[in-house]
Design a binder for this molecule. Sequence first.
Ligand SMILES: OC[C@H]1O[C@H](O[C@H]2O[C@H](CO)[C@@H](O)[C@H](O)[C@H]2O)[C@H](O)[C@@H](O)[C@@H]1O
Length: 554
Amino acid sequence: QSMDDVKPSTPLVSFLEILQHTAFNTFGNSNFDPKTYVDLPLKFPLSVTDHAFHNLSKSSTGSVSVHDLNRFIETYFHAAGHDLVYSDPEDFVPEPDGFLPKVKNPEVRAWAIKVHSLWKNLSRKVSSEVKTHPNYHTLLPVPGSVVIPGSRFREVYYWDSYWVIRGLLVSKMYKTAKSIVTNLISLIEEYGFVLNGARAYYTNRSQPPLLSAMIYEIYARTGDIELVKRSLPALLKEHEFWNSDIHKVNISDAQGCTRTLNRYYARWNKPRPESSTMDKASASKFTTVSEKQHFYRELASAAESGWDFSTRWMRHPPNFTTLSTTSVIPVDLNAFLLGMELNIAFFANVTGDNRTAEHFLQISDVRKEAINSVFWNANMKQWLDSWLSNTTHEVQVWDTLHQNQNVFASNFVPLWMKPFYSDALLVSNVLKSLKTSGLLRAAGVATSLSDSGQQWDFPNGWAPLQHMLVEGLIKSGLEEARSLAEEIAIRWITTNYIVYKKTGVMHEKFDVEHCGEFGGGGEYVPQTGFGWSNGVVLAFLEEFGWPEDRKIEC
Ligand SMILES: OC[C@H]1O[C@H](O[C@H]2O[C@H](CO)[C@@H](O)[C@H](O)[C@H]2O)[C@H](O)[C@@H](O)[C@@H]1O
């Protein structure tokens, strides 16, 4: 690992991180959210603020009096979120023509209309202040309006946007959907890839690559060929990013064939600024600088995976300090890249660029073979993540023992991709395996079978995971697969609804062991709003409807 692998931070992020530590020492742990501090917009130049901060009188432990710190923050900062203002989506109508025709039950229909109306609460645009003084903000100035996940996630996120867009398409809000894509493309133009989210502290990593899938879905509904033409150069750039040296691994498989696959790898070896107080505490068991740096990279790389955090990335679960994200070749990432390659081929084809189409079809074939050869486990009938025996750039020799035999929802994600869902024999095998996996629970599909206290583990269920599995099953065209898909969707919709009825809000994650309970665990309190949950509820209701006489109860 070299310093080239680390993106420079900005002076503002570094300053706010120090403020975060001071706030932690001053206010204490209870109700403390470190992200709030790195989201604070400056009122004055950083030099002025920094000077005032240094003049605060501090104890030997780095704390300030609660009164002085509160006064300092009020004087020198706007509230977190002040710089991303509400924006009324111009394509929103309270009940679009032809909205969810198959949802007949009045109670479910009224709720679906409510969920649809939440797009208004979650629509934002960057305030003009950010354009005037970009140095006063960690928020990055994207050009159009976006939909945020909600609560503490007050900026656009990469992979969340896919399910937000799926919901917006059900809501017939095509302009808003296209605006999100335009913003994500602007990040590629500026940084060479889609950032984890539109914040200065997210420039060292991406998130699961689903931009091409967003464009595919929008094109399928609107036929907007101009959008496809505009997107193609950005997608080619994004493909290069994921195939750069740090993200690429070569494996010599059981037949001695060299296969190239990809992994998550953040360009960062320090605490994540948005969780700096926690990361420092977690790294305290390491003594050397290089051990700490290594651990910090594993943390940030897990954040790139979207599964932050999970036993999936731990060499010795549930020991958090054994996080080894960069030593895992992840099934889902490679399935997403296969999807990206097929989508690029499709877009190139519809825009008349036959050479690019040919090339991407070819590389998608090569990836499909690599996925079969490295991940597929014929006994378990699942695709398993594979551990790298070392993290050098040399060719690794594959061994079945390197496959991680623990069951994760991601082991079924390839089913979401055409080359796999169109193989009927494969689907019926995978279907049996899913049914006996232990992941199917009372209120949906569990993330894993390990109750580690991390949020991307049991008993949490997440909207994106439900959706990928359900859609893969449906697309197979097998009756038995559709019926399982519908069963999962009914359980998921039910729990979302019952929790909504109890709390008045939509949640980020759910406890799939207990219908009617939201999820927990992890490093921040459960969040509400919530972009991808809303999107998946709407997508499921569009697909399956809800008959008049079917009750909605746990
Ligand atoms: O602040 C901690 C981490 O929060 C984010 O991750 C979680 O929320 C995201 C937005 O809904 C979601 O995309 C991700 O899957 C969640 O685990 C953020 O993406 C992380 O980078 C950040 O460190």
